[in-house]
Unconditional design. Structure first.
Length: 503
C-alpha cells in the first residue's frame, strides 16, 4: 500500500521539479518582489523582526526561512527560488495522494500532473516569494483533514493545526482554505466528535494567526497598488469555478471514499473537498475586493488544487474511455495527455522563463548603473522603492553617494530606508555635478514632496544626457548646466549587460 502511494505521487512531483528547475534563473533576472526577499533574507533575525513590525509582516516567517537558507547554502538566484520549486513539487505529489484517496489512482496522478502544468503554478514555482510554500502547506492541511476524517486521532488533528497555521503565517489569505474546509465539514456531516475536533483545530489556528492578521491591517498601504476588479478577472473566476462545478457531476467525483475498516462511515468524496477549495478562496476574495481591492491571483494560488483534483477525475474518465476502446491501461495514456498539455501551453511556459514575464528586472537596471557610475558622483531614486536596485547589487553603485538617503533600510527597519527632508535633498543635489536617476519608464508621477523636489531640481538645474530603459526600469544620467560627454544629450537605449547579485 505504501509503495502504491509513493508511485502515485512520484510522477507529479518529478514533473513539477523538472518544470521548476527548467530556466530557474529566468535569463538571470530578478523582479522587485524577489528583490525584497533578497535584501530581507540578508538581515539578521533580529533585524527581520524589527522590519516586519513596520512593513511586510505577512512575509515575516518566509523571510526568516530564507535567511536560514542563504546562511546555509549561500545567496544566488537558484538558492532564492529553489524552496519554491521544492514546495511546488511537494504540493503536486500530495495533490495526487488526495485525489487517489478520494477517487482512483489514475485520477489522483492526473490531478497532481494537472496542478504541475498550470501556468500560474509554474510561475510561482520559480519565484523567491512565499506563495508556492503556502500552496504546499494548504495541500498538506487538506490531506491531513481527509486522513483525520477517515481515522480520527490526535496526531492527525495536531498536524492539521500546524500545517494550517504555517500556511497562515506565510500568508494569512490561506485561511480561505480553512473556510473551504468548513464547507466540506458541513457537506460531510462527520458526526459530533469529529466536528468538534475540527472546530477546535480551526479555532486554534486562527487564534495563533491573529497577531499577524491584526498587525498586517496597520500595514494596509502596502496593497494600495492593487487595482479594482476588472471584468477579465471576474470572468476568469467564473469560468474556473464553473468548470470545477461541472466536473463534480461526474459519478467518480461523487462516489463516497473507500472507508477504512475501523472508521465510521462519512459522506466524504472528492467533490465536497475539491469544489469548496476551488470556489471559496476565489469567490471570497472577489467579494472582499468589491469593498477594498485585494484580488491578486497569487494570493489564492492554492485554489488551483481544487480545480486540479476535479480535472484529474475528468481526465481519469476520458482516459479510461479511450483505454477501453484500444484495450490498454489508462495510466499508459497519462504521459501522452501531459505531453499534449505541455505542448499546448509551450508559448506560455517559454515566456514564463524570460525576463519579460515579470514587471521589471532589478539586475538589468543595476548593470546599467554600473556602466555609467564612473562618470557620476550621486544617485537618486524615484520612487524611493527603486532603491532596491542598489540594495540587491551594491557593487554596481560603488562610488555613488545616495543624495536623498537620511537613514539606511537596515538601520530604519524598512525596505527602502528613510529619505531626508526636501530642502536637504535639494542641497545635496546642488552639490553634485552628475547624477544617476533610477526610476520607472514613462511619465513620472511623484507621490511625495521629496520626489517632487527631486524632479524640480533635475528639471531646473540639470540636463538629461542619457537615458536607458532596462526591462521595466529606466536609468538616466543628468549633468549640471550642459552635457560634456561625447554623443550628445538624452540618448535613449534599451537593454543592458547582465551582472549577477552579490555572492
Amino acid at each position: 500500500m505504501r509503495h502504491g502511494r509513493i508511485s502515485i505521487g512520484t510522477g507529479p512531483a518529478v514533473l513539477a521539479l523538472v518544470l521548476g528547475l527548467w530556466g530557474i534563473t529566468r535569463e538571470h533576472s530578478m523582479w522587485r518582489d524577489e528583490a525584497a526577499t533578497w535584501q530581507a533574507a540578508h538581515r539578521s533575525l533580529t533585524e527581520i523582526g524589527r522590519m516586519v513590525g513596520q512593513v511586510d509582516v505577512v512575509h515575516g516567517l518566509y523571510y526568516a526561512v530564507m535567511h536560514g537558507v542563504f546562511a546555509v547554502f549561500g545567496d544566488s538566484l537558484v538558492t532564492l527560488r529553489l524552496p519554491s520549486v521544492l514546495a511546488t513539487a511537494t504540493a503536486c505529489g500530495l495533490t495526487a495522494l488526495v485525489g487517489a484517496r478520494l477517487s482512483t489512482g489514475t485520477a489522483g496522478t492526473a490531478a497532481g500532473l494537472a496542478l504541475a502544468v498550470v501556468p500560474a503554478v509554474q510561475e510561482h514555482a520559480q519565484e523567491g516569494r512565499p506563495y508556492a510554500l503556502v500552496l504546499a502547506f494548504v495541500v498538506l492541511a487538506t490531506w491531513l483533514l481527509v486522513s483525520a476524517l477517515e481515522r480520527p486521532d490526535g496526531r492527525r488533528w495536531a498536524g492539521y493545526v500546524v500545517a494550517t497555521l504555517i500556511a497562515a503565517w506565510l500568508n494569512w489569505f490561506s485561511l480561505f482554505a480553512l473556510v473551504a474546509h468548513g464547507v466540506t465539514m458541513v457537506c460531510v456531516r462527520p458526526g459530533r466528535t469529529r466536528l468538534v475536533r475540527w472546530t477546535l483545530a480551526a479555532s486554534g489556528a486562527v487564534a495563533a494567526a491573529l497577531p499577524v492578521i491584526l498587525t498586517s491591517r496597520t500595514q494596509s498601504s502596502q496593497v494600495s497598488w492593487i487595482k479594482p476588479l476588472g471584468w477579465s478577472t471576474v470572468l476568469g473566476v467564473l469560468i474556473t469555478v464553473t468548470v470545477a462545478a461541472l466536473c463534480t457531476r461526474l459519478p467518480q467525483a461523487r462516489e463516497v471514499a473507500r472507508p477504512r475498516a475501523e472508521a465510521p462511515p462519512t459522506r466524504l468524496n472528492l467533490a465536497v473537498v475539491a469544489l469548496p477549495l476551488c470556489a471559496v478562496p476565489q469567490v471570497g476574495l472577489v467579494l472582499i475586493s468589491l469593498v477594498k481591492p485585494l484580488y491578486v491571483t497569487r494570493y489564492v494560488l492554492f485554489a488551483y488544487v481544487g480545480l486540479a483534483l476535479l480535472i484529474g477525475v475528468l481526465l481519469g474518465v476520458v482516459l479510461a474511455t479511450i483505454a477501453a476502446r484500444f484495450r490498454t491501461d489508462a495510466r499508459v495514456l497519462l504521459p501522452v495527455a501531459v505531453t499534449l498539455a505541455l505542448l499546448t501551453l509551450l508559448p506560455f511556459e517559454l515566456r514564463l522563463r524570460t525576463e519579460e514575464s515579470r514587471i521589471d528586472d532589478v539586475l538589468s537596471a543595476a548593470a546599467r548603473v554600473g556602466d555609467v557610475r564612473d562618470t557620476a558622483d550621486g544617485v537618486l531614486y524615484i520612487p524611493a522603492a527603486r532603491r532596491d536596485t542598489a540594495l540587491v547589487s551594491p557593487q554596481e553603485f560603488a562610488g555613488l553617494r545616495d543624495l536623498a538617503l537620511a537613514q539606511g533600510p537596515v538601520a530604519s527597519g524598512t525596505l527602502k530606508g528613510i529619505e531626508a527632508e526636501p530642502r536637504d535633498i535639494e542641497r545635496a543635489m546642488l552639490g553634485a555635478r552628475r547624477i544617476v536617476l533610477v526610476t520607472d519608464p514613462g511619465p513620472r508621477q511623484a507621490d511625495t514632496v521629496r520626489d517632487l523636489t527631486k524632479q524640480r531640481v533635475l528639471r531646473e538645474r540639470f540636463v538629461r544626457c542619457s537615458a536607458s530603459v532596462a526591462r521595466g526600469r529606466q536609468v538616466d544620467l543628468y549633468e549640471r548646466g550642459k552635457c560634456h560627454r561625447a554623443g550628445g544629450p538624452a540618448t535613449l537605449r534599451t537593454g543592458s549587460a547582465r551582472r549577477g547579485p552579490r555572492g
